[in-house]
Design a protein around this ligand. Sequence first.
Ligand code: PEP
Ligand code: MN
Length: 346
Amino acid sequence: MIIVLRKDATDADVEHIVKSVKEWGLSPNVSRGAERTVIGIVGDESVIRAKPLEAFPGVESVMPVLKPYKLAGRDFHPENSTFSVSSGRDGDDPVEIGGNKVVVIAGPCSVESRDLLLEIAATVKESGASMLRGGAFKPRTSPYAFQGLGVEGLRYLAEAREQYGLPIITEIMDVRDVELVAEISDVLQIGARNMQNFNLLKAVGRTSRPVMIKRGLSSTMEELLMSAEYVMSEGNAQVILCERGIRTFEKMTRNTLDVSAVPVLQRESHLPVFVDPSHAVGHWDLVAPTARAAIAAGADGIMVEVHPKPEEALSDGPQALLPQTFADMMKQIRGVAAAIGRTIQE
Ligand code: PEP
Ligand code: MN
């Protein structure tokens, strides 16, 4: 930690800081320059972080040397993290997450019925998706909107996995559902609205399932990384970070896709970084272009919504890709991945 003092800081201010830092069991190192005095503190940054250094008289700014996301960051874990998920069926290859192959997750916004889910699973599998998505517990803005099929939806997801060999991902909204969802789902999704539900993050951190955390609607990348830290601090190191668009002043799209989040998060963290272009843009015709951009930027995976009758979808119809549009997008992203030396996992 480096403390930069104000120009008008007095010797008494410096002494006060030095004395306090020593009392905390840390070593202060004072450098007096012509313009400014700077105090470097060596020792456990977590101890220093808990102290209100900015509140000391004479302090102008405090700069951490290490990142606050110790487990999610690259400081202590320089290599990329990889892990795999499996459908559990004999003969199916596991899906590698965070490696050179880009993972495509596709499926409906919500699980609406058994038949529809199986139909969508068949088409996305046919076009080359490697995982199936579908919400059983839905975080809807209105309490009057379709809230999802709940446990019944989980059962249909499990059936689709068994039939098509696609590992599944579904959202958990409530700490009370963690055990049940973790029993069935291969990857646990924390939705944007729950990115800072710290009790939920800790609860999924105590499971052994990979967790995909979606960036909050108005959350910074540092906050997203700290959410990953919550999961990891409970012992679960299998975390995927997902950029899904953030709120800006722009109204032409549902949210604004922050493509720069991909290289920034990858620079800061060893965790796999995915992009959900569907929720970022909110219109089906913008999904393929932004999916291509995400992969060109280096995303380790994408997640998109697909529905055979978007006009009848119970949630997020406007952003759903028709199966044919999804198939076209898959062809395009194979080319984009190849251009940067990667392949799409199939
Ligand atoms: C979803 O993926 O179904 C979803 C609700 O996304 P988000 O949490 O990003 O809004
Ligand atoms: Mn949706």
